[in-house]
Design a protein. Structure first.
Lengths: 168, 87
């Protein structure tokens, strides 16, 4: 309800050689944050990278249930992901396997999402992805980021444009 | 390109003006991709290796990507909060 809201910071860390952790706070109670993960229609509206559309083919949101989605663009590039929900304890904890389809296949990561209740109806989300090796972790951070590179370049372009127009 | 180069050395093969090139260098410097050092009357530029540190670069890209996603998640949350309220 506060009108002067600022964007909460996204923090990324590597607690160990095989893990990557993302932390972010949200101005909403855990149940609402949970819903944005459990409802595939909502998920598709935010989880895809900026330049890609997202299509959820399967989302059986219960322990042992499978999920499968595709990120794609207009040029025919497609990135396939699938996994299985292992633990779902609303609104505290989600654990799932996470597979990025590669040729040859690579072993899955395990994603753990902790939703921590904060004062004032706020939530801290902590996601920890654990890989089988450091190489797989680093590979995931890099290979999943083709779009990140494009976005990064665009940001540099924007920065250049802003600086140049501001300076002249 | 290795080592350092002056603004005019960099401008010459590109056909850009010195003023134009200085602006580009300044932006690259702010992006921590280039460092510059004034020696006498000339400014020497070199690539900033720290800015190109591979792990750091990818991790920052990874972070930005997630910051983007969570920004969109914020919008959905705000929308859901409004929908949940009857005025």
């Amino acid at each position: 309800m506060s009108e002067n809201k600022t964007t909460n910071e996204t923090k990324v860390s590597t607690p160990s050689d095989t893990e990557v952790r993302i932390e972010r706070e949200f101005e909403a109670p855990r149940e609402l944050v949970w819903e944005c993960f459990s409802d595939p229609e909502l998920l598709a509206q935010w989880l895809g990278p900026r330049y890609l559309k997202m299509k959820v083919e399967e989302y059986d949101f219960r322990p042992g249930g499978k999920w499968r989605y595709t990120h794609f663009d207009d040029e025919g590039n497609e990135y396939f992901f699938f996994g299985e929900f292992l633990e779902l304890e609303k609104p505290d904890l989600m654990v799932q396997t996470f597979n990025f389809v590669m040729d040859p296949p690579i072993p899955p990561a395990i994603d753990r999402l902790d939703l921590i209740e904060l004062e004032g109806g706020r939530t801290r989300l902590v996601t920890t992805s654990t890989f089988e090796s450091k190489e797989l972790r680093d590979g995931m951070i890099q290979s999943g980021m083709e779009t990140g590179v494009r976005e990064g370049n665009e940001r540099l372009d924007e920065l250049l444009a802003r600086k140049l127009s501001g300076d002249s | 390109m290795e080592g350092s180069a002056t603004i005019s050395e960099l401008a010459e093969p590109t056909g850009m003006s010195l003023t134009g090139l200085k602006k580009h260098v300044k932006v690259l410097e702010e992006a921590r991709l280039v460092t510059t050092e004034k020696r006498g009357r000339t400014r020497h530029c070199q690539l900033d290796e720290a800015g190109f540190d591979e792990a750091g670069f990818w991790l920052e890209e990874f972070r930005r990507n997630w910051a983007d996603r969570f920004g969109r998640l914020d919008e959905i949350i705000e929308r859901k909060k409004r929908e949940g309220k009857t005025t």
